[in-house]
Design a protein around this ligand. Structure first.
Ligand code: PDD
Length: 287
């Protein structure tokens, strides 16, 4: 089956999908994106993803390419045309095509929008849930506005590759006070020895993950106590459980940090319980 992408008003063959070389996304990473999970033919947390997209656009003073209702129609159409039942859609908006110049282009420049969708084989992720993953810690070296979901992900790409070359699967950014920020493409959580779920506040310095927000709802639903506060690397290593959340992986257990076993080297029961209840609590929208 051929893949279809949406590019600025047209559904095109994925292999032929292209944007101009002077697109500001390409020239300056002047764009924002969303990744949203699809499970069992249902879009997970669509409203929250579209809310965050609007916020990212607003923070960068970028125009939305279309109304929310129109966007929903196109997203569904891309998912349908690609027959995605389990997988994701990826949506990107940039400030559009303009002669290379650091200043914003003129007001009438149309934003660029692309949407792609793909089916994802769940097997590798299920394996991660069973065995857990290894991470390395790295000093935070990104800009100050990581709360905006921009396509400027070079530091994230570099640390993820560094993790791979070190025999790990992900990297966790640490701030100058030794506190855990977030991973290269997910938020970080611990379960303390006392059984309390802890994650860093999302007001500043991390992306407010949609999975993170919904997981807090899941914790409340299950009666699992939680705190939004900073925690150190030492606390993470001493924790009963450590795990990551993102739209592409719900709760992924961590069993090793910088070569040191955490959580006795095994995925814990709290993350499994939260993962199990996630879809019951999350918003689900039919395609
Ligand atoms: N990444 N932090 C960062 C830096 C991220 O890139 C992501 C998501 C998250 C988790 O956000 P959410 O729960 O909304 O997926 C946290 C996506 C999946 C990506 O870049 O592919």
């Amino acid at each position: 089956m051929s893949r279809i992408a949406y590019v600025n008003g047209r559904y095109v063959q994925h292999a032929d999908a292209a944007i101009h070389i002077e697109d500001r996304g390409f020239q300056f990473a002047d764009g924002v994106y969303e990744v949203c999970e699809v499970r069992g033919g249902l879009i997970v947390d669509l409203t929250r993803h579209l809310d965050r997209l609007e916020r990212s656009l607003g923070e960068l003073r970028m125009r939305s390419p279309m109304s929310r209702e129109a966007l929903k129609i196109v997203i569904r159409e891309v998912l349908r045309r690609n027959r995605v039942r389990n997988g994701l859609f990826y949506l990107q908006v940039t400030r559009g095509v303009a002669r290379r110049d650091h200043f914003f282009p003129s007001e009438d420049t149309s934003p660029t929008i692309t949407i792609t969708a793909k089916s994802v084989d769940p097997t590798p992720m299920l394996r991660k849930y069973e065995s857990g993953i290894k991470v390395i810690t790295v000093p935070e070296n990104r800009w100050d506005r990581v709360d905006i979901k921009t396509v400027g992900l070079l530091p994230n790409v570099l640390v993820k590759q560094q993790a791979k070359e070190a025999g790990a699967q992900d990297a966790v950014f640490i701030d100058t006070n030794g506190n855990v920020k977030e991973a290269a493409s997910s938020n970080v959580w611990i379960v303390t020895r006392e059984g309390v779920l802890v994650t860093r506040p999302a007001e500043h310095g991390i992306l407010r993950g949609i999975t993170r927000t919904t997981l807090l709802d899941v914790a409340a639903h299950l009666g699992v106590g939680f705190e939004e506060r900073e925690f150190t690397v030492e606390e993470m290593i001493a924790a009963r459980e450590v795990f990551l959340t993102s739209a592409t992986g719900s709760c992924v257990p961590i069993v090793e940090v910088d070569g040191r076993p955490v959580a006795n080297g095994h995925p814990g029961s709290v993350s499994a319980k939260l993962r199990g209840a996630f879809l019951d609590v999350a918003e689900k929208t039919t395609i």
